[in-house]
Design a protein around this ligand. Sequence first.
Ligand SMILES: *Cc1c(COP(=O)(O)O)cnc(C)c1O
Length: 385
Amino acid sequence: MNTIEQFNEHVMPSYGRFDVVMERGSKRTAYDENGKKYIDFGSGIGTNSLGFCDEKWVEAICRQARTIQHTSNYYYTKIQADLAEKLCGMTGYKKMFFGNSGAEANECAIKLARKYSFDKYGKGRHNIITLTNSFHGRTLCTLSATGQDVFHNYFFPFAEGFIYVETNNIDDLKAKLDDTVCAVMFEYVQGEGGVCPLDKEFVNAIFELCAEKDVLTIADEVQTGVGRTGKFLAGENFGKLADITTLAKGLAGGVPIGVCLAGEKCCDVLTKGTHGSTFGGNPISCAGATAVLDRMGGDFLENVTRKGIYLKGKLLEIDEVEKVDGMGLMLGATLKTKKAADIVAAGLESGLLLLTAKEKLRFLPPLTITIEEIDEGIEKLKEIL
Ligand SMILES: *Cc1c(COP(=O)(O)O)cnc(C)c1O
C-alpha cells in the first residue's frame, strides 16, 4: 500500500487533497517523496512565515523541546511571559490570551466581547456583527460567525447571536448596529473570501459607530497579521487598532498557536475560570513565535512591502491576469479566461505551490522569499497560463 492509500484508509475524507506526498522542505522549496522540487507560493496557507525549517527557528524550537516542552497553565513559564511582552510591545495591546488556532483565537474574542457587554450592561446585548464573505473558522461558533451561506449546512443547529452586514455597505451597518450588539468582527483583508481589502471609508465607519455605542471592534488578523501585509498588523494600513485582535496562522512559523490580544478597555474581562486551553501557550509554539517575532525588526517589513509590489507588478505583466488585489505578500489574481483551481493543479505539476481564494489565484509566499525565487515562480506561472 502506498502512502496515499494508507492515509485514505484511516483518515476521514474531509479535505480535497492533491496526490502528492510532501516529505521535507528547505527555505522556500518543498520536496515530495520522489524528490521533486516545488517553489512555495503558499507557505502552508500563510503559516510558514520564515519558510521551511529556518535555522534559527529550528534552533529555538529544539532548544525549548530540550528544556521544557509543556507544563499546564497551573504554572507560569518564562517563554510565555517573554512572548506576551513582545507581542504587546509590537502591537500596542495591553494583554493577551494563548490558544492553538485561529478558530480558538476568535472563540476567545467572541467570549470576551459578550462578557464585556454582560458585565457592563447585563443580558440582551450579545449579538456580534460579522460581514458577508468573511471567514472566521471551522468550529460551530466560528462557522456561525462566518458570513457565507455555503458554510451553514449539515451541522444544525448553529450558534445564535450573529448578524451579517453586507461588506462595505455603511448603511447596512448603521441599520443593524442596534442595542443588541456587543461587537463588530471583520478581516481588514478578507482572505478565504478572495483576498478582498475592506474599503477605508467602511473601516472608518465601523470604528466611529462602535466608539459611539461602546461596541467592541474585533479584527480577525489570523491571516493578515504578523507582517503578511507589510505591516505587523494589517490594521496599521488603515490607521486603526481594534479593541481586540486575533492572530494565528503565521505567528509561530508553522507550529500551532492562536492568540487574542486586547486593549486597556477589555483586557481584564476574562477573569479566573472563564476561559482556558490545555495546550494554550505551549512552550514549543511560544519558542517558534518568539523566533518569528525576533526576525521582524530592521527592514524586514519594508522588504515584505517591496517584494509584494514586485510580485504584483510581475503578475500584472501576465496577459491572462486581469487584476490583482491585496496588500504586501497577500495577493489575489483574477484570471481572464482560466480557472484558478486548474492553474493550482497545473502549478503542482510544474513544481509551484499555489492557492486559490474563491475564484482567484491566491499568493501567500513565505515572508522571507527572495526576488530570484519570485522570478522563478513567475516563470513557471507564465508557462502554465
Ligand atoms: C484561517 C483563518 C481562520 C481559522 O484558523 P484555524 O487555525 O484554521 O482555526 C480564521 N480566520 C481567518 C481570517 C483565517 O484566515
